[in-house]
Ligand binder design. Structure first.
Ligand code: FAD
Length: 489
């Protein structure tokens, strides 16, 4: 077939192992990205994601141009723009990787209808997951609500297919229409805003080459010690692949096979890491089958939870000024790097929803704006997991003690000292509980509580008791499934 095809990039910003691209790589091709904030509404990419997207599109544009088919950038309602573009170039097919967000599914439905009315069609490929959520069903034909049987079911489907190669050359369509420049999309920098992302480039290289380099670095080092190190926020114990996976600069099956090749033999050796990749799949499974996931608690009775919204407490948490060093270190890591270690995400989220009784949606919204890996499935599922309102959630009585968590997972204090430098001189013994330090120790470390560093915004024991009372009043204890797994225990 030699009719032109439109390749609509969304969250699969790569050339290798891209099934949509692979399906049309031998035809005259117009690759396009459409910035469509209106369709996404509240779930349009947040500020940190826009920083990432700007650079990722830059990288993709250069990679496509080098192969002969430059990327067209557009802005507007994709359900109008894409059918118009298909007509303009005479494309009989539009190829894209499947998306799973409720707003995107609705948009794909309408775009497909408009294309069909004009004699063309939308073909969606599985591009950003190992398995389609609709294909992983329990023996009774129902979606999974609990992680462990879900993960077992995915594992029983066998190894995923091997990744596809990147095409060496592409053929452009004869007369591509003009589009936006990357700068005119206005993703980043935003005029009038300070450069809050100054440190991001030190850590992150958005784009396919950056993703492959990050994967190679993980395979060369941390993968071997992942099981032991993944909970230590002060070390590079995890892959750092989450933003690359979110934007599809690397596919989950590329990651899967790279790890399996590095650790051949029994899958058990790689399971600690692969099971985290499956938490991502499970989050998408939930989002697909329970589209209310980002907005409403999956457990109905949580609709009446007695949250106590408080702007000052929320702000103290957002700015890393709660008085709990591990929490404040995490929130400041988030601000400086656009990323936070998983263990600390759990601790910070737990403090917000349990000790401070702030609605999980408020925390999720802040993460949405500040994380470079902000992902509607993983973010929503994880917040509901911490809050106890998810389908496979942390037991309501699990209220992380931020002092003990800090002492256990940042025992040497390297993480807190890096992100909360005003406490750097405190001895390890007091680092995670500065308000208990004797006055002379505080003086020796140059810390005046309430001036250099806040006292705790809530007393742990009192906050815990208040949270347990609120949860108990809800009667949540009897509907916690027996089989509660933890994303990174
Ligand atoms: P690794 O440990 O190297 O894991 C490999 C990959 O597995 C990750 O890149 C990620 O894609 C996936 N993964 C790991 N843990 C989880 C998990 N618990 N749930 C789902 N997928 C997982 N992850 C996001 O990608 N986007 C989010 O918006 C997001 N929000 C979160 C909010 C909260 C409150 C919590 C507790 C967790 C959230 N996570 C989110 C999950 C997890 O914290 C990150 O995926 C992980 O920290 C990314 O670091 P990594 O790539 O080094 O992970």
């Amino acid at each position: 077939m030699d009719s032109p095809a439109l390749l609509w990039f969304r969250q699969d910003l790569r050339l290798a192992d891209n099934p949509a691209l692979h399906a049309v790589a031998d035809r005259p091709l117009l690759p396009v990205f459409v910035l469509d904030d209106a369709a996404a509404g509240a779930w349009a990419p947040g500020a940190a994601s826009r920083w990432w997207l700007h650079r990722s599109l830059d990288a993709l544009g250069r990679d496509l141009a080098a192969r002969g088919a430059p990327l067209l950038l557009l802005r507007g309602r994709a359900e109008i723009v894409i059918p118009a573009l298909a007509s303009a170039i005479g494309a009989t097919e539009v190829l894209a990787g499947r998306l799973y967000q409720p707003w995107a599914r609705e948009r794909d439905r309408r775009t497909g209808e408009a294309l069909e009315a004009a004699g063309s069609r939308l073909r969606l490929a599985t591009s950003s997951l190992l398995r389609e959520p609709a294909r992983v069903m329990s023996g009774s034909g129902k979606p999974y609500a609990v992680y462990t049987p879900f993960a077992k079911a995915v594992a029983a489907m066998g190894e995923p297919d091997l990744p596809l190669p990147a095409p060496a050359r592409l053929r452009p369509v004869a007369a591509p229409p003009p589009g936006e420049t990357l700068d005119s999309l206005g993703l980043y920098p935003v005029p009038g805003e300070p450069d809050w992302a100054a440190e991001f480039p030190v850590l992150w290289t958005p784009g396919e080459a950056g993703a492959q380099a990050r994967l190679a670095r993980f395979i060369a080092g941390p993968v071997a010690g992942y099981a032991a190190q993944r909970n230590a926020p002060g070390t590079e114990g995890t892959s750092g692949l989450s933003p690359h996976l979110h934007w599809g600069e690397v596919s989950p099956r590329q990651v899967w096979h790279a790890v399996r090749e590095a650790q051949p033999g029994e899958i058990a050796q790689s399971w600690p890491f692969l099971s985290e990749v499956l938490w991502r799949e499970f989050s998408y499974h939930l989002l697909w089958h329970r589209p209310e996931l980002p907005e409403r608690p999956l457990r109905g009775r949580f609709a009446g939870f007695p949250w106590q919204p408080d702007a000052a407490l929320l702000q103290a948490w957002q700015r890393g000024r709660t008085g709990y060093p591990i929490v404040d270190a995490g929130m400041r890591q988030l601000w400086r790097h656009g990323w936070m270690h998983n263990r600390v995400r759990m601790i910070t989220a737990s403090l917000l929803v349990k000790h401070l009784l702030q609605p999980w949606q408020a925390g999720a919204a802040f993460f949405w704006d500040t994380l470079v890996d902000a992902d509607l499935a993983s973010n929503s599922a994880s917040w509901q997991w911490v809050a106890g309102s998810g389908s496979d959630a942390a037991p309501y009585f699990r209220v992380f003690n931020p002092v003990l968590q800090g002492e256990k997972f940042d025992a040497g204090g390297g993480y807190v000292r890096r992100f909360v430098p005003e406490l750097a001189k405190l001895p390890d013994k007091w680092l995670h509980r500065p308000w208990e330090a004797p006055p002379e120790v505080l003086r020796g470390a140059g810390v005046t509580l309430g001036r250099d560093y806040p006292r705790p915004v809530v007393d742990h024991a009192a906050g815990r008791a208040r949270a347990l009372a609120a949860f108990a009043a809800l009667g949540t204890s009897d509907d916690v499934p027996e089989d509660v797994a933890e994303p990174a225990a």
